[in-house]
Design a protein around this ligand. Structure first.
Ligand SMILES: *[C@@H]1O[C@H](CO)[C@@H](O)[C@H](O)[C@H]1NC(C)=O
Ligand SMILES: *[C@@H]1O[C@H](CO)[C@@H](O)[C@H](O)[C@H]1NC(C)=O
Ligand SMILES: *[C@@H]1O[C@H](CO)[C@@H](O)[C@H](O)[C@H]1NC(C)=O
Ligand SMILES: *[C@@H]1O[C@H](CO)[C@@H](O)[C@H](O)[C@H]1NC(C)=O
Length: 466
């Protein structure tokens, strides 16, 4: 081989090793490539959640089939800020019989963390809610404990919020406990020894039919908000309802209120997010509203009086098929990001992960919706997101057959080159002026040069041999 051959091979490697950065029109760009989270890959690893500690550390939890010896179990992996794994992946649940499923994780200000999940058969009847607190070094603090007092039938779908002094609230859905189908209950816990503060309490006031899928978020002043879906309460199918609670005594602040304006068909899968500016956002998936199966919609509220700021808005821009299974996280500057699963081939093949950034003062879109997963073949589903700082966030999801074995957990980090400065709007009137600041095109430019050089060398090689 002559010099040109070597040079060409060198160049191909350079191209492969180049980290093609994808610049977004919201001021962020991909930070490295998407990466594989789980180590044990047999069967399915799914329903992942990600949370940020501080100082760059983050944790991902998920359910894994067959890894704990019996059906699903709960596993987790901690990471350093540069995405290297901090220690090995570890098993969260002690009780392994049957199915431990749908984990959620939360971080205490003290950097301890807690994982909560649903476990089948462990409380003596159907599913129950269990939890385990860990030290930052992953040692277990105490044993795994049962959250629900009422054990008849199923208690499932837990969500958790951390209050000050390491107190926390866990909420879940429960069957026939409120006298009528599904209902939403919650339990407060003390920081000192993770013992219960009072008894579990009923969250929903309207109990007719079923209430399901609670979501919870805490305000800076320690009050918290729970949202859920309720059947027939808005006059048609499921609708989204919500209630604010005092963090001091867990009493209701104001009344339960309806989040969705559009009530036809189903509004389900609420995600509530309290923002640092004391506004809050509720997002849900709505059937038929965007003209096809389902779309993601949301409403911004004032935390002071739960009044609506502007109108409910469409989060997902692409409307074909279903956009749903969304998650959200807020930046310290009160902007927020919503990520969701879009089916019907928006990413070129089956389900894919999309996301959109918003201003937390007027819910105006910052830039366009963007594709998260780089590997697009087959399905990518169930995203979750965590914010590290105004200039860094992460999205995790499960991808089908990407690693060659059923579902596996992947992640992509994003970094911003600037921090958009939101202007607080005193009146609850949306200002329709999205002004995305363009980010640097430098990286894509150098990639283009590299690709052009590569093409020139490829053509030279072609002429050399033929
Ligand atoms: C996207 O995937 C392709 C092939 O799977 C890979 O070569 C490329 O490096 C990936 N790019 C990013 C930004 O992850
Ligand atoms: C991955 O699995 C291998 C084999 O079981 C083990 O040696 C290694 O420590 C694991 N790595 C992590 C990060 O869990
Ligand atoms: C919505 O889609 C239209 C048409 O494809 C596109 O021009 C626009 O930039 C998109 N907006 C967002 C916020 O993604
Ligand atoms: C990159 O450059 C193109 C035109 O060269 C421009 O349309 C686009 O907005 C730029 N993108 C970013 C993220 O700056």
């Amino acid at each position: 081989m002559n010099f040109l051959n070597y040079f060409c091979i060198f160049f191909i490697f350079t191209i492969v090793l180049l980290n093609p950065t994808l610049c977004l029109d919201n001021g962020f760009e991909t930070e490295g490539q998407e990466f594989h989270v789980n180590n044990y890959t047999a069967n399915a690893q799914a329903h992942q959640q990600v949370k940020y500690f501080a100082d760059g550390y983050f944790i991902v939890v998920w359910e894994s089939y067959g890894q704990d010896g019996d059906e699903y179990g709960i596993f987790a992996q901690m990471f350093e800020s540069d995405r290297t794994k901090r220690g090995t992946e570890f098993q969260v649940n002690d009780y392994t019989s049957d199915r431990q499923y749908r984990p959620v994780v939360a971080i205490f200000p003290s950097k301890k963390f807690i994982v909560v999940w649903e476990s089948n058969g462990q409380d003596g009847s159907g599913y129950g809610i269990f939890a385990q607190v860990f030290d930052f070094d992953r040692t277990k603090i105490g044993s795994e404990f049962q959250v629900n007092e009422y054990t008849n039938s199923d208690q499932s779908g837990p969500a958790i919020a951390i209050l000050d002094n390491d107190k926390f609230i866990i909420t879940w859905q429960t069957e026939s406990q409120d006298g009528n189908g599904g209902g939403i209950f919650a339990q407060a816990f003390s920081s000192l020894d993770y013992s219960k503060i009072g008894s579990e309490f009923q969250v929903n006031t309207y109990t007719t039919n079923s209430q399901y899928n609670p979501t919870i978020s805490a305000f800076a002043n320690n009050d918290y908000i729970i949202a859920w879906e309720s059947a027939e309460q808005d006059g048609s199918g499921y609708g989204i309802f919500s209630q604010v609670f005092s963090g001091a005594d867990h009493s209701k602040i104001g009344s339960e209120f309806q989040a969705n304006d559009y009530t036809t068909d189903q509004q389900k899968n609420a995600v509530v997010l309290a923002l640092p500016n004391d506004n809050f956002m509720i997002a849900w998936s709505s059937e038929g509203q965007d003209g096809s199966y389902a779309g993601v919609y949301a409403q911004l509220f004032s935390g002071a009086d739960q009044s609506k700021i502007g109108s409910e808005f469409q989060v997902s821009n692409y409307t074909d098929g279903s956009q749903s299974y969304h998650a959200a996280a807020s930046f310290p500057n009160s902007n927020f990001v919503i990520t969701w699963t879009s089916d019907n081939g928006q990413d070129g093949s089956a389900d894919g992960i999309y996301a959109q950034m918003f201003s937390g003062y007027d819910a105006v879109k910052i830039g366009s919706e963007f594709l998260v997963n780089n590997y697009t073949f087959s399905d990518q589903e169930w995203p979750d997101t965590a914010v590290f700082s105004n200039t860094e966030f992460i999205i995790v999801w499960e991808s089908h057959n990407q690693g060659g074995s059923d579902w596996e957990v992947y992640a992509q980090m994003y970094q911003g080159e600037f921090s958009p400065t939101p202007t607080p709007t005193p009146t609850p009137t949306p200002t329709p002026t999205p002004t995305p600041t363009p980010s640097s095109n430098d990286t894509s430019f150098s990639n283009k040069i590299a690709i052009n050089l590569f093409l020139i060398f490829a053509i030279l090689i072609f002429y050399h041999f033929f």
